[in-house]
Design a protein around this ligand. Structure first.
Ligand SMILES: Cc1cc2nc3c(=O)[nH]c(=O)nc-3n(C[C@H](O)[C@H](O)[C@H](O)COP(=O)(O)OP(=O)(O)OC[C@H]3O[C@@H](n4cnc5c(N)ncnc54)[C@H](O)[C@@H]3O)c2cc1C
Length: 400
């Protein structure tokens, strides 16, 4: 199915409209984005660049400025909350909301986990002061040790010190959720690797039970590249109903497929990943339908760059005659990607947000490397992102 048919345009959304998609991007920024996506199209360059970048940061080489002016500028809002304000305002002008995502990853000390908690709470207060920031995103591995989450999941008894660590992690998460509840700001809890995901699900469930009684504050994430997650979504909904809270669901396909498959093979267990992309797509769309059919009892977000899934949800909203701007029916894309989806849907009046990562440059490097690898994985001469940018440059008569 091509999404650029006349039928689509009639419905008020045209994903091929690059004029709307890049209305907020200057000629100079458009040219720079074209250059960046061309570079990221070269798989060998991304592989070498990622390794060199990581090494340079470890060795504290002065590459901050180069990173900040290129890939960081494309995909991040700023180094601090204050620096994110212009991006938040720019998005708001074009009817797009912001979901702030403090990019602390791979930390391992209690001091660093406390710092992430404090920054996330600051982000909640910042959201409270900005009408266009309804949600803050958080990663449980930014608040506690990966190995601890893994051990909790195995069911092996924790040592005394580990029990204290786990209690501290729980308290950090609860402090964030509590302040979010007081300010009526949402919290997205990201999904991560399957061998720590049961622990994350438990924590998310506990927070939903505490804070989602009157309205949805906490959202868990469902990775539909796992063959068990559609059932898990349905069970989560049943549980929420039984316990008297509203389910918050962020639907994603999942970001750790290679890692999951490699580990499963190395350790000799069946991979949790679907057998092919079509199965993932099918379950993703079924999850969208499941949530739409119960949209008054589930607040959800279609967090994806997949045009067909976005189109499918638009169709369901229309077919069921639902209000475009209902706060339970959300779309979300990452900053710097899929502007043709975000801005065209926002212009037509749907609830759309951009994930805006921010933080010190060295801290967001793993996130930036994931974005570069994702774009390098695209086969063919030109990535979809680059294709849209080139089309807009041609429309403006800019030299390629
Ligand atoms: C706002 C936002 C928030 C996100 N939050 C999270 C998060 O919390 N946790 C997380 O894990 N990811 C998260 N992601 C990333 C997401 O899971 C995907 O990796 C990414 O968005 C690409 O998938 P897609 O739906 O955009 O589209 P597509 O490009 O259509 O799908 C690509 C995805 O399909 C799946 N896939 C590809 N090949 C196969 C195959 N052979 N078999 C089975 N499945 C396959 C993989 O999940 C792959 O990433 C988020 C993405 C967005 C936009």
């Amino acid at each position: 199915m091509t999404v650029n048919s006349k039928k689509n345009r009639k419905r008020g959304v045209d994903f091929s409209n690059v004029e709307i998609a890049f209305a907020g991007t200057s000629d100079a920024d458009l040219k720079q984005a074209a250059w960046l996506f061309k570079m990221m199209n070269k798989k060998w360059l991304v592989t070498i660049g990622s390794q060199l970048g990581l090494t340079a940061f470890k060795m504290r080489l002065p590459i901050n400025k180069i990173v900040e002016k290129t890939i960081f500028k494309q995909f991040c809002g700023g180094k601090t909350l204050l620096e994110c304000q212009p991006t938040v305002d720019q998005l708001h002008k074009r009817n797009v909301l912001t979901i702030l995502d403090y990019g602390a990853e791979g930390k391992s000390t209690e001091e660093a986990f406390n710092a992430t908690m404090r920054e996330t709470m600051r982000a909640v207060r910042f959201a409270n002061e900005n009408d266009s920031v309804p949600v803050i995103s958080t990663k449980i591995t930014g608040l506690g040790r990966f190995g601890l989450l893994e051990k909790v999941q195995t069911g092996v008894e924790l040592t005394g010190v580990e029990k204290e660590e786990y209690i501290a992690l729980f308290k950090r998460l609860n402090s964030i959720c509590h302040v979010a509840y007081e300010h009526k700001v949402g919290i997205f809890i990201d999904a991560e690797e399957s061998w720590i995901q049961d622990t994350i699900d438990y924590l998310a469930r506990t927070m939903m039970e505490r804070y989602n009684k009157e309205q949805v504050i906490i959202y868990n994430t469902f990775q539909l590249y796992r063959h068990d997650r559609l059932d898990f979504l349905k069970n989560s909904y049943e549980l929420a109903k039984r316990k008297g809270y509203i389910l918050g669901a962020k639907l994603v396909r999942g970001a750790y497929m290679d890692k999951e498959n490699v580990r499963a093979e190395a350790q000799g267990y069946a991979s949790p990943i679907q057998r092919d992309k079509a199965s993932t797509d099918k379950d993703f769309n079924s999850a969208v339908k499941f949530c739409i059919d119960r949209y008054e009892e589930i607040a959800f977000c279609n967090a994806s760059h997949n045009e067909k899934s976005a189109w499918y949800m638009l169709e369901l909203i229309e077919r069921n005659n639902l209000s475009k701007g209902h706060p339970h029916l959300n779309f979300c894309q990452l900053l710097g990607m899929s502007d043709h989806l975000s801005f065209n849907m926002a212009k037509a009046g749907f609830c759309v947000a951009k994930y805006v990562p921010y933080g010190p440059i060295a801290d967001v490097v793993p996130y930036l490397i994931r974005r570069a690898k994702e774009n390098a994985a695209v086969t063919g001469d030109m990535s979809r992102e680059l294709g849209f940018i080139v089309k807009e440059m041609e429309r403006r008569g800019l030299k390629k």
